[in-house]
Design a protein around this ligand. Structure first.
Ligand SMILES: [Zn+2]
Ligand SMILES: [Zn+2]
Length: 199
């Protein structure tokens, strides 16, 4: 068995080469510690010898590589939200969708008048969301790569607006109980929402 020392402060058994670390870790504020350390450092075998070897040299290309990795990681984390907002739905691969491309005409009015629905909802620098607007006419484009059906509530989420509580909802001219779950189908589908005040 290896020869053990005892800590002069707490009397616990410690390997000789670990005594200095033990004092630093376990008795950092003990008044005897500085004096003990001075003595111990002079005794042979207290400090583990470093392995002799070539000093590690950092090459310039290694710094560059680390920088590229760090910057790449940062841009993945920060760039999309900065440039395009965090998409609500997975981006579609191309304009026109791959499975279906429908349109629904939305109009919204409030006591203050008609509410404008801007162009470019759901269209980011790097992401085209499956529900988006190309112009300010209220025409919603639903262009999907999957068989998923989208609702008017989904459109509001992409828009970043709360669906709130409309006082009336008309789908293809027929009054319905207002609900964000109404599915967006193809023209001639129209949806009209009436609010006291638009959220
Ligand atoms: Zn489109
Ligand atoms: Zn379209």
């Amino acid at each position: 068995m290896a020869k053990m020392d005892r800590c002069p402060i707490c009397n616990v058994a410690v390997k000789p080469e670990n005594l200095i670390r033990h004092l630093n870790d376990n008795h950092p504020r003990h008044p005897d510690r500085p004096g003990l350390l001075e003595k111990l450092k002079e005794e042979p075998g207290r400090i583990r010898k470093r392995q002799a070897g070539r000093p590690f040299r950092v090459r310039r290309w290694q710094i560059a590589l680390v920088a590229v990795i760090v910057m790449g990681g940062l841009s993945v984390v920060y760039l999309p939200p900065l440039l395009s907002g965090t998409p609500v739905f997975p981006c579609i691969r191309q304009e026109g969708g791959l499975l279906y491309h429908w349109h629904t005409d939305l109009s919204i009015s409030s006591a203050a008048g008609s509410v404008s629905i801007p162009a470019g909802i759901g269209i980011g620098a790097f992401c085209l969301e499956p529900i988006h607007t190309h112009d300010a006419t209220g025409r919603i484009h639903i262009e999907s790569d999957t068989a998923h059906r989208y609702s008017i509530g989904d459109f509001f989420r992409v828009w970043g607006k709360s669906f709130g509580s409309p006082t009336a909802m008309h789908v293809n001219g027929t009054a319905e109980t207002p609900s964000p779950d109404v599915i967006l189908y193809d023209l001639p589908e129209t949806i009209h929402l009436q609010y006291d005040s638009f959220p």
